[in-house]
Write a protein that binds this ligand. Sequence first.
Ligand SMILES: *Cc1c(COP(=O)(O)O)cnc(C)c1O
Length: 377
Amino acid sequence: MTQRTSPNMGEFLHLRGQNLSKGEPIALPLVQSSMYHLPGLPEDFPNYGRVSNPTWTQLEHALAHLEVAPCLCFPSGMAAISAALFATLKAGDRLLVPADGYYVTRILSSQFLAKFGVEVVERDTAEFTEGGFDGFSVVFLETPSNPGLDLLDMSAIASAVRDAGGITICDNTTLTPLGQRPLDYGVDIVVSSDTKSMAGHSDALMGHVATRNPEIFNAVEEWRKFSGCIPGPQEAWLLHRGLETLDVRYDRMCTSAALLAERLANHPAVKSIRFPGLENDPAHALAKTQQIRFGFLISFTLETEAQAEEFINSCALLRPTTSFGGVHSSAERRARWGDAVDPAFIRLSVGCEPVEELWQAFSEALERVSKEPTVSS
Ligand SMILES: *Cc1c(COP(=O)(O)O)cnc(C)c1O
């Protein structure tokens, strides 16, 4: 079994400080330059802004501390996912993706990779292991799945895929390296949308790839260099700043989510709920074996679409928005994007507000919607 790792968060906050010379800024400098002063031989120096940037390098140093693995930063989660897929797949390969995971990964695969001769196979999270993994070059995992919050057994799947000669990629966006550590369970590559709770302030899109496999790392780095799919220094800087409070924000969000999930589960207006931290959730037992935290996303269903809309739009402490992981609690009906869920299904992202204020706002909104006559939708 792979060694279990966990980042030391005190050390994390002093990563930069430990290597400073007298007079250097404590905060990370934002280096906005496409060119570097480069007389003579260019080896081992930053040479061009598409290839390297000191702000990215510092960000990647911080990300590597969190993942306990070398990392490469990208301008969005999808850029990181594209890099991982394009760097590992070739014509004739088969790729397995979850049918109920983040939908853009499926579109990217079926619309672009398929055109280059990659056979794309989709399976539901609940039946992911059925049929085995023979003949798959790459198996893409998302656990918990977004938005259904079903789980995949990372350790069992990673070893089955490896035995069959393939590699695994896990999208760890919803839990972050503080909530789940796929590389320690034998997964080859972690991809993440750092647009969500990693950056955490809803003001930047970013992503990263983490892997302990040097060949894969080089391939992903070359993809970035040659595709030109690179982050702007300003976004890299914003993510670095967000990471400094990740531990505090994430702890608050997960702790609040656990309490709110218990209360929502017992509320008469809530028809059903999924949260891996609930004792009677179908994913609870597996979550306890492979997650450090149960996360800050709660999926629940009210009676009707109209009730769900009203709850989201009338709750004082909820922003109606797609995307999640910000300091502000937010929610949306996933059916509006065509996810295969009940029209009254709500994905709730618990933010950093004090939990009792949140509960008060939620219960007031639930009270309001349940008083209204039930119109069938
Ligand atoms: C948002 C998200 C992505 C895509 O990230 P962007 O930063 O929007 O490109 C990928 N996977 C999951 C699970 C996501 O939630």
